[in-house]
Design a protein around this ligand. Structure first.
Ligand code: ADP
Ligand code: MG
Length: 380
């Protein structure tokens, strides 16, 4: 069977007695065979969306379509979707093999066929020898693999995963992630993975849909969320950390900021007030005598993070704001001598607190966003 195409159309979901909807006007699609991550902070409506797709929850308005046809009128068991939760929900009195076989029995699949498929499913999740055990006789990670086998054995058209790795310890989590990805690709099943972990989503998903407070912020391939966040909330969620108020010049390649005028190669906005976004791993440091380029700064704090070093660098505000009267007004340069702090993540171990440095902001890694007046976000 071909993998399913899933579409959500203008979905609004409201819990009883709740003032605000948990999900508001959500439209997105999952392409056939893709793994779409539904990403967002806790309480953003990810599980709500998944429960609505599965049929456990009715929307206030909008539609859920599978291959173009609405499935809202279908009960959960007729939606051809399999669900894996954070905590596996297995029948304690049934063996591992019987748990996995459950869905096939419900569908009236004969015993010989059932046994063959259970054996294959258990082998696929590397539990071939544990079929006769009860759920309490295996580990948590193994129980989660049983849940995965049970979900996939019915050959669902949609695989719905709600934080399935969160309860596992790091090593098992990596194994389980790889297994899910392999089986999802192998069976060519369309999957929606709910997670609050941006790294997990980036690692596993073909595309990510980012929800914040019940609203879709951005949807696309993982790398776009790092390079081209759609707004400040997205940039923050993906760890951008450095935000700088500025004014984009008419040439759309220069921004006037409290650190002076900066060159940039990419932006999505018109000339005028902007917020520049610079990821900490894109900022480079150099000894002050090595280059005349960049911005003068002093290392404020240094933390050793293991693989990387994290520096916070205090940068002097630029006195030269010549062509930027608008920027002058916005950044109140004369009345505010506070330095601008930039966060840097690097493998470069050469600096300590108190060191003078030059800070290089590569033009190709500066991204300008329209400024919607979030004053508190600027120059932090
Ligand atoms: P997420 O999975 O992204 O953490 P949820 O979808 O569980 O978020 O919840 C989204 C919002 O809906 C939250 O504000 C949560 O408090 C609320 N919510 C979730 N479940 C219920 C419920 N059964 N009744 C009322 N409100 C709920
Ligand atoms: Mg949830």
């Amino acid at each position: 069977m071909e993998p399913a195409h899933l579409a959500l159309d203008n979905l609004t979901i409201r819990y009883q007695r709740a003032d605000l909807p948990a999900i508001e006007d959500l439209s997105l699609e999952a392409h056939p065979g893709e793994l779409l991550a539904l990403l967002g902070p806790s309480g953003s409506g990810k599980s709500t969306t998944l429960r609505c797709i599965a049929g456990f929850l009715d929307p206030e308005c909008g539609d859920v379509r599978l291959d173009g046809r609405s499935i809202l009128a279908l009960p959960p068991e007729r939606r051809n979707a399999a669900f894996v939760f954070q905590q596996p929900t297995l029948f304690p009195h049934l063996s591992v093999a019987e748990n996995v076989a459950f869905g096939l029995r419900m569908r009236g699949v004969g015993k010989a066929e059932r046994m063959r498929r259970v054996e294959a499913a258990l082998a696929a999740v590397q539990l071939a020898d544990l079929g006769t055990r009860r759920p309490h006789q295996i580990s948590g990670g193994q129980r989660q693999r049983v849940a995965l086998a049970r979900a996939l054995i019915t050959q669902p058209r949609l695989l719905l995963l709600d934080e399935p790795f969160s309860a596992l310890d790091p090593e098992l989590r990596d194994e389980m992630r790889a297994l899910v990805r392999e089986l999802q690709r192998g069976q060519a099943v369309t999957a929606v993975l709910v997670t609050h972990d941006q790294q997990e989503a980036s690692m596993l998903a073909d595309r990510i849909a980012l929800l914040i407070e019940g609203r879709l912020q951005q949807i696309g391939p993982p790398d776009v969320f790092y390079r081209r966040p759609a707004n400040l909330a997205v940039a923050r969620f993906f760890g951008a950390q450095n935000f700088l108020a500025g004014t984009l010049d008419r040439d759309e390649r220069t921004a006037f900021t409290s650190l002076g005028s900066l060159m940039l190669h990419h932006n999505s906005v018109a000339p005028g007030p902007v917020t520049l976004v610079i990821r900490p791993e894109r900022v480079r440091l150099s000894p002050p005598d090595a280059t005349p380029n960049g911005i003068a700064g002093r290392v404020q704090t240094h933390q050793f993070l293991g693989a990387l070093h994290r520096y916070v660098v205090a940068c002097a505000r630029s006195g030269d704001m010549s062509s930027a009267s608008a920027a002058l007004n916005r950044t109140k340069i004369t009345s505010n001598p506070e330095p601008v702090y930039l966060t840097v993540l690097t493998t470069d171990a050469n600096y300590r607190a108190g060191d003078a440095v030059r800070v290089i902001l590569p033009p190709e890694h500066i991204w300008a966003l329209a400024d919607h007046g979030d004053d508190h976000l600027a120059d932090q």
